[in-house]
Design a protein around this ligand. Structure first.
Ligand code: 15L
Length: 281
């Protein structure tokens, strides 16, 4: 029997990737602040049978509760996905308040599995490891107000897992774009196809409690461990390295001062600058 996956923020880039490569055996209930349009032709098998499209603003608790009715699992992509000044005031109400509403609605509707689209920026102030790989469960060290909201989403996931028994997977996503566009992304890239593999695997795997997992492709230059993904049956197939020859700066020596995994997000303010938790400048 087909199961129903509620997807929030489905009109965004990642929602489009998923629409083109839907998880096997799932019907998608696609939602966003305006009804998500069809993703159009692209790589992948295309739209899942029975796909529904609805308007949903996750800051509205009643609408969120209604959207969770009859759902077997949730992929929460909805939220503000950057740290720019224009949308900064929405970060806490949408990313934190919206996630709280969603988890509350999931608990009320008896939804067992929730995948939260987190971000590497929740841990972005960790230095790039000089050797070895950062584990999936490295502690939060946000690099911006955006990263703080992603860390708060992780804390909410942990609470709803402990308190209500929801199986929560925290997808610590790197850089999920069609292709890597900077030298950093040779390490952090998550290909569209691997993103869909990650969703499919984390919907299927046995999970108890709240599990963080890196959302990254099989990049030669990755900094993040593959262990957590492997344990959940996520086996990425793409490697950003194939794009390196065409990428300016790809062969530059790594910064000897040791940069942070969040890249440009954690630029430090000059001494005496008032603190606004802005992150990038
Ligand atoms: C993110 O979390 C952002 O949503 C995305 O726009 C990129 O900045 C990405 O991280 C990244 O680190 O490349």
């Amino acid at each position: 029997m087909r199961r129903t996956l509620l997807v929030t923020g489905a009109a965004g880039l990642l929602g489009g990737f998923l629409q083109r490569r839907p998880p096997e055996g799932w019907t998608l209930r696609l939602t966003d602040v305006t009804v998500p349009p069809a993703a159009g032709a692209g790589r992948g098998p295309g739209e899942a049978p029975g796909t529904e499209r609805r308007e949903l603003d996750v800051t509205d608790p009643a609408a969120t509760a209604a959207a969770c009715e009859g759902v077997d699992a949730i992929l929460h992509l909805g939220g503000v996905s950057n740290n720019v000044a224009a949308t900064r005031d929405l970060l806490i109400p949408v990313n934190v308040g919206g996630t709280r509403n969603l988890l509350d609605a999931a608990a009320g509707a008896g939804v067992r599995r929730v995948l939260l689209a987190g971000s590497n920026h929740a841990v972005g102030f960790h230095p790039r490891p000089p050797a070895g790989l950062l584990p999936d469960d490295v502690e939060c060290r946000p690099d911006s107000l955006y990263g703080v909201t992603k860390a708060a989403m992780e804390a909410l996931g942990g609470f709803y897992a402990d308190r209500y028994g929801i199986e929560v997977v925290l997808l610590r996503i790197g850089s999920c774009f069609e292709r890597p566009t900077s030298p950093r992304m040779l390490s952090t890239w998550l290909s569209p196809a691997d993103f869909c593999r990650l969703v499919e695997a984390t919907l299927r795997a046995p999970v108890t409690g709240c599990r963080p997992v890196w959302g990254v492709s099989a990049n030669t230059r990755r900094w993040w461990s593959a262990e957590g993904g492997d344990a959940l049956g996520y086996h990425p197939r793409d490697d950003a390295e194939v794009f390196a020859p065409a990428l300016a700066g790809a062969d530059a020596a790594p910064d000897p001062r040791g940069e942070t995994v969040g890249g440009s997000f954690p630029a430090a303010p000059a001494a005496g600058t008032p603190c606004t938790a802005e992150g990038p400048r």
